[in-house]
Design a protein around this ligand. Sequence first.
Ligand SMILES: Nc1ncnc2c1ncn2[C@@H]1O[C@H](COP(=O)(O)OP(=O)(O)O)[C@@H](O)[C@H]1O
Ligand SMILES: [Mg+2]
Length: 207
Amino acid sequence: MIELKNISHFYEQNEQVLHDISLKIDEGEFLFLSGESGSGKSTLLSILSTLLKPSEGELFLDKTNVNDIQNIDIFRSDKIGFVFQFHFLINYLNVYENIALAAKDEFKQDINSLLEKLGILELSKRYPNEISGGQRQRVALARSLINKPKIIFADEPTGSLDSKNSKIVYELLKNASDAGTTVVVASHDAAIEKYATRTIKMIDGKI
Ligand SMILES: Nc1ncnc2c1ncn2[C@@H]1O[C@H](COP(=O)(O)OP(=O)(O)O)[C@@H](O)[C@H]1O
Ligand SMILES: [Mg+2]
């Protein structure tokens, strides 16, 4: 379970972008964080995923205050998968190698079947600059799913995809959530709503 208590956030020299947000997310939920551009979705997702420390308030993961977690990097790489709009693939590694680099030994055998599910198996020997933006996005998704994390955070995961490819991404995230993974997706694409178990709308830094 993920719990936010009274989270507020200010970027330096900026006005307040999150206002006193409290939220509980249960295990296996598929939470859709909707809202217009600038409403604070990415900021909230960065805080939920422990990448950004909030100005005020507390974050609990599995009832543990993240401030009390000794080694947050290990915790993060163990339990959390990320998909961001600006995915960071390594340009001198091919598609397969980009995922293999992230995969734990026990999951390396699953890489090809995951690429096949995502419709990008035939691209496994290509380099990131030899595939389209939408294909790169699917590689980034494969990389986030390969270790079967307990929680997946996705920020605009279909930002550069057409509706057919978006559907593939949503269905994969939905499968992960049906298998017990908690999924939190921030997007302005309302099409996600029918996959989500709950939708939260952000308006001007409030939910
Ligand atoms: N790194 C940053 N530094 C300063 N201001 C930021 C930063 N990131 C976002 N903001 C501001 O915070 C507000 C919320 O942005 P964001 O969380 O990215 O919203 P969304 O993802 O819904 O578009 C916006 O006004 C944005 O300009
Ligand atoms: Mg955003």
